[in-house]
Design a protein around this ligand. Sequence first.
Ligand SMILES: [Zn+2]
Length: 417
Amino acid sequence: MSGAIQPDLELAASLFDALSGATRRGRGIVRDSYGAGEQAAHDIMRAAAERLGLEISVDAIGNLFLTLPGRDRKAPRIIMGSHLDSVPQGGNFDGAAGVVAGLCLLSALRRTGVTPGYDLSVMAIRAEESAWFDVAYLGSAGAFGLLDPACLAITRSDNGQSLEAALTARGFDPRPIRERRRLLEPARIRAYLELHIEQGPALVANGLPAAVVSGIRGCKLFRNARCSGDYGHSGALARRYRRDAVAATVAFLHHMEEVWLAQEAAGADLVVTTGELYTDPALHGPSKIAGETRFVLDLRSLSDATMEAVAAEARAAAARIGAAYRVEIDLGTTSDSPAAVMDERLRSRLMSLLDRPFEMASGAGHDAAVFCKVGVPSAMVFVRNDRGSHNPDEGMALEDFAVGARVLLELLLDFPL
Ligand SMILES: [Zn+2]
């Protein structure tokens, strides 16, 4: 096949318009997972696939597959896709851009009249955002039988409907989740390709339309860290008698900042965040030494080894600094999600296709992490997006989307189709 084939950008523009028209509620987009908004987006993609003459199927938990059939239907296929749900009052492009990109690639191939050697599918994935059911990747993880069946009882954040009830109400079947049954076989997937808007400022800052994603950062989250000391009079207690929880916590967090700087200087990928830090409002006061803090320590990296090393240093520092301040810093247990490194070969090919090659880690999670976890060679392209994501002001230009879609098409044509 020739590299002269271009993604169908007219189709992309019309799909983005249709999505915005059908799912805008006030300023923002509302495509609630397994709700009316997400379903409206699925209906739009399905109608587009019908017009393109693609094969359409829906799995038991509602993931939609739009397929250009290949000559050998039994050969492993390539899946392109992303999610169609959004956060409440989100933007029009987060998730949807990946599904639209897949469709405009299939439309381009359709126009050439060539039948690929094996199936090329666009997967419109259900319920990736955790905003509605407090679990991320419900659609993709569910498709690979990876969900804890207990998640069926989780209730939707706004209306209290359980996931099981939401599935059933849409005519889907919760049994595969209950039985941890696979709906997709990893061995039958040649590759997973996902285009997504960037959710930070790096591409705008660097003046670049698109980037290759090196991987999706894993996370080690100390959600219930706590520092215990003693309350005391701020004027009366000399320093050597104090057990000041705030002073110790500040010293500890400052140390973690220095660990981060050192890791960064050594070339490691790492982000360290404390997004919550409290004293007890029932007991603290302006003329008191605080006897307790509670805080969160969030470590993320592309390298599980880096996260392990930094977590071990955090525990050692907690003991050391705790002793120095005569307090106890208990970091508690972590909740962990492993890093997902994208396929080396696909990454380097994508880099070679960009006019100005740029590779970056994804700090946010994506369905590609799930495909990666089950061993499917996966690749992601980020498209420049002004003003961040998960808000009504996401700003992706169609020209930038075109750059991302083009490299994905080139990559697709690289496979022995
Ligand atoms: Zn997304």
